[in-house]
Design a binder for this molecule. Structure first.
Ligand code: FES
Ligand SMILES: [Fe+2]
Length: 430
């Protein structure tokens, strides 16, 4: 294996080395330097709707709990008892004023303060509970998206998101006055592949017409036309879709300029005719704009390192081991007085579609990449597409942009990865 001290032997302009996906030491470093070093997505505020709500999550491999206190403030604490290290919260979600460690019953309030120690006098007169609260993350929220870090030197979240925040605004503000909420329940997929294979795919406009050919064919055969994904067939470089490097590792795939009418380009859904009839009768002309909210947003927005906005959904990458990743899809609803429940029912039907029929194609590719990358004699992967074809340009916001099959997002990812992997910033729990 080449010298990994600054990773420049592994990451070149046109190619990256296979060990980035297969080396245990690199994986462990990523889990400590990238996850926790940069702002990392943890949860959505709508999952923590009540006072004292909590969800159990991870920051890299660190177990964490995201909580909401009685004043509505969010907190991130390390799920690691300050006594002898056990996790104090073992439920996925719920409401709790306190977390009581099952081992010896030390208990912590939902901001992490140690509030109870059985037979406390046994620790002597100098025992100071105020110094033994749960480790704390720095937590920040951008319009419902809650991120955490252990890096006190990072700029504030909105600065860090930069132009990605504007794209997130566009994603959230499709319906005037509407709010996006994350539905409880998740579609969890387990991948026997490295977490970065998912990032490589998240703005890959090169693969859909090939990888998802069976899905496209099935829809065409059953429903005729298959118009819903017509923009992924043929020479997509000749179309209007683009990918862009938004800075700080965030990238964007934009299909919107090829979408003439969202509803007309939607995939077929079970029972849609009766929903549509009801909505058109009840809402008149306004039904058409509401139906457009059913269809995916036409955007893939990738927030480094673990948050992917795909269509109407949120996908979170949860690394578990070098070659084991959980992919968690959260469906979203629109909350607005003038959005009828049928719209959210249809959104749910549509959001069941791709994770069930499309994502398995991607998962199979991730696992087969992991298998192929285990071959030591074949060392490199190609990431050069459109780097030198003259098709990239700088857009009005100053972001490098290219045709939809450009491997620019992968190159942007590796540049940000290298920045964090070589960072010497000391991470600390507050
Ligand atoms: S390890 Fe938590 S109370 Fe002992
Ligand atoms: Fe795909």
């Amino acid at each position: 294996m080449p010298d990994p001290t600054d990773y420049s032997d592994l990451i070149e302009a046109d190619r990256v080395h296979r060990t980035l996906y297969t080396d245990e030491q690199i994986f462990r470093t990523e889990m400590n330097k990238i996850y926790g070093g940069t702002w990392t997505y943890l949860a959505h505020a709508s999952e923590l709707s009540k006072p004292y709500s909590f969800v159990r999550r991870t920051l890299g491999l660190r177990p964490v709990i995201v909580t909401k206190d009685r004043n509505g403030q969010f907190h991130g604490v390390l799920n690691r008892c300050t006594h002898r290290g056990a996790t104090v919260c073992r439920d996925e979600s719920g409401t709790a004023r306190r977390f009581t460690c099952p081992y010896h019953n030390w208990s912590f309030d939902n901001t992490g303060a140690l509030v109870g120690v059985p037979m406390e006098e046994g620790y002597g007169p100098d025992f100071d509970k105020s110094k033994l609260g749960l480790g704390k993350l720095r937590v920040a929220e951008y319009r419902g998206f809650i991120f955490g870090t252990l890096n006190s030197e990072l700029p504030d979240l909105e600065t860090h998101l930069g132009h990605a925040a504007r794209r997130l605004d566009e994603w959230m503000d499709r319906w005037p006055g509407g709010r996006i909420s994350v539905r409880h329940g998740q579609h969890k997929l387990i991948c026997n592949g490295n977490w970065k294979l998912v990032n490589d795919n998240s703005a890959d406009g090169y693969h859909p017409g090939f990888s998802h050919a069976s899905l496209l064919r099935m829809r065409k055969d059953r429903y005729g036309g298959g118009v819903d994904m017509q923009w992924v067939l043929g020479n997509v470089d000749e179309g209007l879709q683009t990918v862009a490097d938004l800075g700080n590792g965030h990238t964007f795939l934009d299909q919107r300029r090829e979408i003439e009418r969202y509803w007309d380009q939607s995939a077929p859904m079970p029972g849609e005719d009766s929903y549509v009839e009801t909505l058109r009768t009840r809402m008149g002309e306004k039904a058409e704009a509401a139906l457009d909210m059913v269809m995916g947003s036409g955007m893939n927005l990738n927030i480094f390192p673990n948050l992917l906005i795909i269509g109407n959904q949120i996908q979170v990458i949860v690394p578990r081991a070098l070659a084991r990743t959980d992919l968690i899809w959260y469906s979203t609803s629109i909350e607005a007085d003038d959005i009828p429940p049928e719209i959210n029912s249809l959104r749910m039907r549509l959001q069941e579609d791709f994770p069930s029929f499309g994502e398995p194609d991607d998962l199979a590719n991730f696992e087969e990449c992991q298998s192929g990358l285990s071959v030591p004699e074949m060392e490199w992967l190609v990431v050069s597409r459109h780097r030198t074809t003259g098709k990239e340009y700088v857009d009005e916001h100053g972001h490098t942009t290219g045709p939809v099959t450009d491997e620019l997002p992968i190159r942007a990812f590796w540049a940000e990865w290298q920045k964090w992997m070589t960072s010497t910033t000391k991470l600390v729990a507050q």
